[in-house]
Design a protein around this ligand. Structure first.
Ligand SMILES: Nc1ncnc2c1ncn2[C@@H]1O[C@H](COP(=O)(O)OP(=O)(O)O)[C@@H](O)[C@H]1O
Ligand SMILES: [Mg+2]
Length: 225
């Protein structure tokens, strides 16, 4: 089953002499249960691509389908709800709410959606993330790796169709980076979570079974291993 498809996705910034073509007719699709890495150097268009797929920004041309829904055809309000429920986003910086503790930060998408938090599900997530002992702690009482695990929990709580991660280990040391990548692999292998991760780091990319190489806003290779 197809979870994601982009069709001729193009993004231009600026006008005239200042025009930058950040993405140039990018088309690919991702099946349910895949763990795909987009690998490319700085400035190749990776973050632009993820913002478009996450519905944070709109393309100059082209379309994105998630679970068969064309996301730019949705009304703003509907897209906000769709994103909260179906797309889990993880960034280099954790963007946790400082006054909320670990379990509250993880539960936030459900609370914003006026949904009840399933205690069993929350407990299971805390265990997977290795955060049971930290459930009542505030973000500033956690290490960087732990804070990123909270952000991953927050992305997972709604059981989204797709996880999008933009350089999720970019702010971590090697040991914590490896732990976070191992966690992504576990989520993918044990729970069949579909993941699209972007990085400039080949070592990180080598943890996934499919690598899409991007350069100057274009896909240059798409390799399944
Ligand atoms: N808001 C913006 N305005 C103008 N140019 C931008 C903007 N965002 C990104 N770009 C340009 O688009 C290109 C791709 O950027 P980006 O998607 O951030 O690449 P990456 O994440 O691979 O480093 C770069 O040349 C960058 O300078
Ligand atoms: Mg980037």
């Amino acid at each position: 089953m197809e979870v994601l498809r982009t069709e001729e996705l193009t993004k231009e910034y600026g006008y005239g002499e200042n025009k930058v073509i950040a993405l140039n007719r990018v088309s690919f699709s991702v099946e349910k249960g895949e763990f795909v890495t987009i690998l490319g150097p700085s400035g190749s268009g990776k973050s632009t691509l993820l913002h478009l797929i996450g519905g944070v920004d709109k393309p100059t041309q082209g379309q994105v389908f998630i679970g068969g829904h064309s996301i730019y055809k949705m009304k703003n309000h509907d897209l906000t709800i769709f994103r909260r429920r179906e797309i889990g986003q993880i960034y280099q910086f954790y963007n946790l709410i400082p006054v909320l503790d670990v379990k509250e930060n993880i539960s936030l998408p459900l609370l914003l959606d006026h949904k009840k938090v399933d205690r069993g599900r929350l407990q299971e997530l805390l265990e997977i993330l290795g955060l049971e002992e930290r459930a009542d702690h505030l973000p500033n009482e956690l290490s960087g790796g732990q804070q990123q695990r909270v952000a991953i929990g927050r992305a997972l709580i709604s059981q989204p169709k797709l996880i999008l991660a933009d350089e999720p280990t970019g702010n971590l040391d090697q040991k914590n980076s490896l732990e976070i990548i191992k966690l992504f692999r576990e989520l993918n292998e044990a729970y069949g979570q579909t993941i699209l991760l972007i990085t400039h780091d080949k070592k990180i990319a080598n943890n996934s079974k499919r690598i899409i190489y991007i350069e100057d806003g274009r896909i240059i290779k798409d390799i399944k291993r």
